[in-house]
Design a protein around this ligand. Structure first.
Ligand code: SF4
Ligand code: SF4
Length: 392
């Protein structure tokens, strides 16, 4: 696949074709999350990525990305979040595309961005966003938690203008992520109705405990919402409900519902710190030694080898909800650290019958995958789907 525009090399860019990578190429399917910068032009009250580097103006070195791609040439997607990806100039991403195409890789780029910089200056981004390797997902939720400034809320009216501009300049409407917290839970399902009306898919994520979000949103409460979405027939427009519908028979294994995620996901942060999970990266917990894995050819599974992340409690081992309650080791970590396991468990047991019945019903229907762009593009993959959008 060739670029649609000529690439002008970044001045003084290193000759990355001669990077000293000694680790034998490993051709497994991987997803690489990159957080090029911590900088963001929004001031959301739930932001998980407010302390991902000590050097606040630092931008992730391209050389680290190239070294990763040399070690893992089977990388399917580079998932770009941050910070907001559009706080870095387009040339940064053109360089990555150039590397991918020069090396004949199959890798795509998937952005999760508030699109504010695009809205203000679309001509700066439209060529990149139209590139065949690019997918863009944005974010919106009702309530007052998503903010342009500390006092100005990103309202539905403004969001519609941004989405309209994207449709007009790029040719499709982007899917969107909604982050659910105690403050906006009463409007959670309204986001799905909006997605239905706009003919896109949304992903209702529960807030994890990272950055300025001090406590996690209760997992069983979001599952109660997913069951309501199913009952209201809105599931074709919500990603995580579809995951829940297939979760008990093991078909759905997207982040944040993959117990072996550390075999297929990696995350590079602005200072080059390296993790197997973007959310643990936000906390700077469970790092991986980049030199040993990427340059020296070792491979680590930092989450599966941490016994404290295995499950919420012993009782889970014999419970039919095991896969759901213990599907994400970051969530296990959050719930244990905040002492909310029993509160969560009590509610989960009241909705377990419903979830089992929904999974039984779903086994007889075809779940509409609606492959388009954004996260729908990756929905049929098995290991790391949805990872781009967790906790954004
Ligand atoms: S958020 Fe959970 S499922 Fe996703 S990569 Fe992190 S630990 Fe794994
Ligand atoms: S419902 Fe309770 S016992 Fe069952 S898996 Fe969830 S937390 Fe564990």
């Amino acid at each position: 696949m060739k670029n649609i525009i000529p690439i002008v090399p970044v001045r003084n860019a290193p000759d990355y074709t001669r990077l000293p990578v000694f680790g034998k190429p490993d051709h497994r399917h991987m997803e690489l999350i990159i957080k090029p910068t911590e900088a963001c032009n929004f001031k959301c009250t739930f932001c998980s990525s407010t302390d991902i580097t000590d050097e606040k103006s630092k931008v992730l070195d391209l050389e680290s990305i190239y070294a990763f791609l040399q070690r893992f040439p089977g990388t399917q997607t580079i998932i770009v979040n941050g910070g907001d990806p559009l706080m870095v100039k387009p040339q940064y991403y053109w360089e990555i595309i150039k590397y991918i195409e020069d090396h004949d890789l199959q890798t795509s780029l998937s952005f999760t961005t508030n699109l504010w910089a695009f809205y203000k200056k679309p001509e700066m981004w439209e060529e990149l966003f139209r590139h065949p390797r690019m997918g863009v997902t944005t974010s919106f939720n009702y309530g007052t938690t998503r903010r342009i400034t500390e006092t100005e809320v990103f309202t539905e009216e403004i969001f519609r203008k941004v989405s309209d501009k994207f449709l007009e300049r790029i040719g499709y409407r982007p899917d969107f992520i909604s982050v659910i917290t105690d403050e906006n839970e009463d409007t959670a399902i309204d986001n799905v109705k909006l997605a239905q009306e706009m003919d896109v898919e949304c992903k209702l994520n529960y807030a994890m405990s990272s950055g300025v979000q001090s406590a996690p949103y209760q997992l069983s409460k979001i599952y109660r919402t997913y069951t309501e979405i199913y009952e209201q027939g809105l599931w074709p427009w919500e990603f995580n409900t579809k995951q829940m519908m297939q979760r008990l028979d093991g078909k759905a294994t997207s982040c944040p519902q993959h117990r072996a995620c550390d075999e297929g996901i990696r995350c590079l942060q602005p200072s080059g710190d390296y993790y197997s999970c973007g959310s643990f990266g936000d906390d700077r917990q469970y790092p991986i030694n980049f030199k040993q894995e990427v340059l020296e050819g070792k491979f680590f599974k930092p989450l599966q080898t941490a016994p404290e992340l295995t499950m919420l409690k012993e009782e889970c081992l014999t419970c039919p909800m095991f896969n759901i309650c213990n599907g994400c080791r970051k969530t296990v970590n959050d719930m244990k650290n905040h002492g909310v396991v029993e509160t969560h468990c009590k509610l989960m047991k009241t909705i377990a019958g419903k979830i089992i019945s929904i999974n039984d019903q779903a086994s007889t229907i075809t779940i509409d995958r609606m492959p388009k762009l954004g996260f729908r593009k990756y929905e049929s993959q098995s290991v790391t789907d949805g990872v781009a959008q967790q906790a954004r």
